[in-house]
Design a protein around this ligand. Structure first.
Ligand code: ZN
Length: 192
């Protein structure tokens, strides 16, 4: 058994591993007394008899089996470095998806807001135009709308549904009338 790597499993009880002993201030063999969990074990220094808790997660555990002590140490450092890279936090895909969803919603909300604002602007512009027509044409001569009537541009019209309107365009058969609620195409000059 010459191949030694950084420990990924606790050595079996009664096995010895080489570790730095803080009491001896030297590298010592520690005997595994008991496993505290899958990750931790109680060890005892074979020289000073002091015990300590050994954890696999200790970045610096540098643990190697009693044999091949020197080789184990060198190897353990190399393997440890590799392991550190591998253990880099996995990408939290659920979190990323949630963030993407949040951005998507925010974008959709913004679009709806922009559309609503545009719509409001368009309406405001139209109301201005309507008021301007009303001012220019006036309401002194308002003709009730009827399809048999004949209208011309700049006539004021009273429609039973749409209210007061002003003719902005006229052909032989149709007129376009600006009402407060919007422009509508109506027929006129209908004979019979
Ligand atoms: Zn010791």
């Amino acid at each position: 058994m010459s191949q030694m790597t950084r420990l990924t499993e606790l050595p079996a009880v009664a096995r010895s591993i080489s570790l730095e002993c803080t009491f001896c201030e030297a590298e010592r063999f520690f005997k595994v007394l008991t496993h505290l969990s899958a990750e931790a074990a109680k060890l005892r220094c074979e020289v000073c008899g002091r015990s300590k808790t050994f954890r696999l997660s200790d970045a610096t555990n540098g643990g190697s089996m009693a044999k091949d002590k020197a080789a184990g140490k060198v190897k353990s450092e190399a393997a440890g470095g590799e392991k550190a890279v591998k253990e880099k936090k996995p990408r939290n895909t659920a979190g990323l998806q949630a963030a993407a969803e949040k951005r998507r919603l925010a974008s959709a909300e913004k679009k709806a807001e922009t559309a609503a604002r545009k719509d409001a602007d368009t309406k405001a512009d139209y109301v201005k135009q309507y008021e301007s027509l009303k001012k220019q044409i006036g309401v002194g001569n308002v003709v009730p709308y009827g399809m048999k009537q004949s209208f011309g541009v700049a006539n004021a019209v009273q429609h039973p549904t749409f209210g007061l309107g002003f003719v902005t365009m006229a052909t032989a058969e149709k007129i376009e009338v600006a009402f407060e609620s919007g422009v509508r195409s109506l027929i006129h000059n209908r004979i019979g």
